[in-house]
Design a binder for this molecule. Structure first.
Ligand code: CUA
Length: 682
């Protein structure tokens, strides 16, 4: 660098430039003169005017590398074609990523407090988190697995996103107006979920299938009573699109045998009104490796077949309406025997330790992959339906659920490779299945059941997601492989490595791997990719001062010109506004032990004019987006002087956007009487 500087000082700019390029083998000549050129002076051809081939040589890039770069590069100010909503695994969040650039756009806090969004810090979102309390415990994390975008007629409509918490049998409703969590729903029946969240084609229901069997309703039973007292369940949660909320009172569930139910999918078109759940552990093993029983993993892998659960949910609705339910923990449940007798629940074998079940875009077929089988099995819904109608069963399981003859339900099987998991679809009749053990993605023809291409991924792929690849109209174009291990893909960061999202171009005959994105957040699972033109977020909260969670007027509104401090029976209420670059009021006097209620509105109208609100020592940090109202309540139990300030760099005088919370010690003579202070504020 020093050499460059001296060169530019002693030679005319153009000459120096030529010299620099000649030294480094540059081919292109820059034109133009002046200050800009001075700034661009470098001894290597990486500046403007450098040729692509020189850059390629210098950075050891192949033609394929450069093509990949051009496919993903998004010039400044340009927007991506797609949004990818990925589960943030056990961070309890959702990651929003732009495609094809793979730029991270947002983390949405869901089950875990997150200070940037003020999530779990203001009273409004504390309430949302508290909705998710379970068994009397306040939970501050979740294990998110499967996000689902709301659908209209089997296609994404861009309105809502749902995401589950496997660990605590919960899920959340996120509005895509502000990309924020509005509701957390706890399932009172089950202790963990996995087949969640999956929506029916018009988002009538959000499907939640359990994973690890337990006595329903959170009850106790000895584990030796596993077969008799432990159960699975699938809950159909009624969604009210207008209110943007799940209505528990209109929801219902079906009792299932104590197999470990796995992923779910809703039927569409021909198979609308039906839902499908995988299961493993039809052996009903429950571990006990220090008690003389086999460990769960081998105990659960004895049988060649487990059961695909076929659920007629339209029929189930009628059964619920007819009152043939029992109520457990406040939830209406169709008992297992009733479900079997009424044709609500039917089984068919599925090989072996199945994981993914994915309905084809036309709704006519289901693809199931078994982790310990090298095939994907393609079931015909027509065949399934007609066998059920004719009651052509080959037997019943120990709980009386009828079983269809496997061979008569399938169209065929396709040999894919080792450890097939999940399948997605494109717009040209191809299916894509992740192969965990091989660390590959297989592309195969749905028509001929033949593999046409395979691509290595790095490493241990779990879910894959294609653009709108689980809807009636997949877009093709892009697929993202969500790999569990990164190993050598990125610079070392200690023993805990990020996961690796790999972008694959699926628009041609051969798949092309073009980008690696490290995800340093949690163990992500599934994702959804939606065309960006379906997403219409709002820029500000309107009208100014509304409660962002309920969308209604807050109980304690605060507006410009009406800022004040009031002592009431339940403590001191501070009605505050935030606008560049001041918080009003900025001097707040309370007494030790007072309950302090802040009611703050950001009265800004301008896009992106967000303010923060942090108070020293009281664990307060709010995010006040334009128009947003937030409340925060705490006991001023520690006397002292506590600066508060804006945590977003909002303006030139951002540092001055501050004030003092003065907590007078008990018994101390007031420097300024409280009443006088009121009059000042008025
Ligand atoms: Cu407001 Cu910084």
């Amino acid at each position: 660098m020093a050499e460059t500087k001296s060169r530019s000082r002693h030679f005319p700019a153009a000459l120096a430039r030529l010299g620099a390029f000649a030294l480094a083998g540059g081919l292109a000549l820059a034109c133009g003169q002046g200050a800009q050129q001075q700034a661009a002076l470098k001894p290597t051809p990486t500046g403007e005017g450098a040729s692509v081939s020189a850059l390629m040589q210098q950075r050891h890039l192949s033609d394929a590398d450069v093509t990949a770069a051009l496919e993903t590069y998004m010039p400044t100010g340009k927007h991506d074609d797609y949004y990818l909503f990925a589960s943030g695994g056990h961070s309890g969040q959702v990651v929003v990523i732009g495609l094809p650039s793979m730029r991270i756009l947002k983390y949405i806090a869901v089950f875990t407090p997150e200070p940037w969004q003020g999530y779990g810090f203001d009273d409004e979102t504390k309430k949302v988190l508290a909705e998710g309390d379970r068994a009397g415990h306040h939970l501050t994390w979740g294990d998110t697995h499967h996000p689902a975008l709301s659908e209209t007629n089997g296609d994404y409509d861009g309105q809502y996103l749902f995401i589950n918490d496997k660990a605590n049998a919960r899920f959340a409703v996120i509005s895509l107006k502000d990309f924020a969590t509005k509701q957390i729903v706890v399932d009172p029946l089950i202790m963990s979920n996995h087949g969640n969240t999956f929506v029916t084609p018009n988002t009538e229901y959000v499907i939640e299938g359990s994973q690890y069997p337990a006595p329903l309703g959170g009850k106790y039973a000895p584990i030796e009573d596993f077969n008799d007292k432990y159960r699975g369940a699938v809950t159909f949660w009624k969604f009210d699109r207008e209110k943007g909320r799940i209505i528990p009172e209109e929801s219902w569930a079906i009792e299932l045998p104590p197999y470990m139910q796995d992923l779910a999918d809703a039927g569409k078109l021909d198979s609308d009104g039906w839902a499908f759940l995988n299961s493993f552990d039809t052996e009903r093993a429950y571990g006990g490796n220090l008690e003389g029983r086999p460990p769960l993993e081998s105990g659960a892998s004895q049988n060649d077949m487990d059961y695909l659960h076929i659920i007629n949910w339209k029929k189930a609705e009628e059964v619920v309406k007819a009152g043939k339910t029992t109520t457990i923990a406040g939830m209406r449940v169709i008992p297992l025997q009733t479900a079997a007798d009424e044709g609500v629940l039917t089984f068919v074998g599925e090989p072996k330790s199945p994981h993914g079940v994915d309905v084809t875009p036309d709704g006519k077929e289901l693809v199931v992959s078994g982790k310990l089988d090298t095939h994907a099995t393609v079931y015909s819904f027509d065949k399934i339906k007609s066998l059920i109608e004719k009651k052509q069963f080959e037997g019943k399981d120990p709980y009386g659920v009828p079983i269809l003859p496997f061979k008569d339900t399938i169209r065929g099987q396709v040999e894919l490779g080792l450890g097939p998991l999940h399948t997605q679809y494109d717009d040209k009749g191809f299916a894509y299945t992740s192969l965990f053990i091989e660390s590959k993605v297989a592309k195969w023809s749905l028509q001929d059941l033949k593999v046409v291409d395979k691509i290595p991924v790095h490493y241990n792929v779990g879910h894959i997601v294609a653009a709108e690849g689980d809807t009636e109209h997949p877009k093709g174009h892009w697929l993202v492989s969500m790999n569990k291990w990164a190993i050598d893909r990125f610079a070392g960061v200690g023993p805990l490595l990020p996961q690796n999202f790999q972008l694959i171009d699926i628009s041609g005959d051969k798949m092309k791997l073009i980008y690696d994105l490290p995800i340093p957040l949690g163990e992500p699972h599934y994702a959804q990719i939606v065309s960006a033109d379906k997403i219409h977020p709002e820029d500000t909260y309107t009208p100014t001062g509304i409660d962002p969670v309920t969308g209604e007027q807050p109980a304690f509104p605060s507006e410009g010109g009406k800022e004040r401090i009031e002592r009431q029976a339940d403590g001191v209420h501070v009605y505050m506004t935030a606008v560049r670059s001041h918080l009003t009021p900025d001097t707040i006097r309370v007494k030790e032990g007072d309950v302090v209620h802040f009611h703050i509105t950001n009265v800004e109208q301008a896009k992106d004019a967000t303010h923060g609100f942090a108070i020293d020592a009281y664990n307060v940090n709010l995010s006040l987006e334009p128009g947003k109202h937030s409340d925060v309540t705490f006991v001023a139990d520690r006397p002292g002087v506590f600066p508060f300030y804006c945590t977003e760099f909002c303006s030139a005088l951002h540092l001055e956007m501050a004030g003092y919370l003065i907590v007078e010690p008990k018994g101390a003579p007031s420097a300024k009487a409280e009443s006088e202070h009121h009059h000042e504020a008025d």
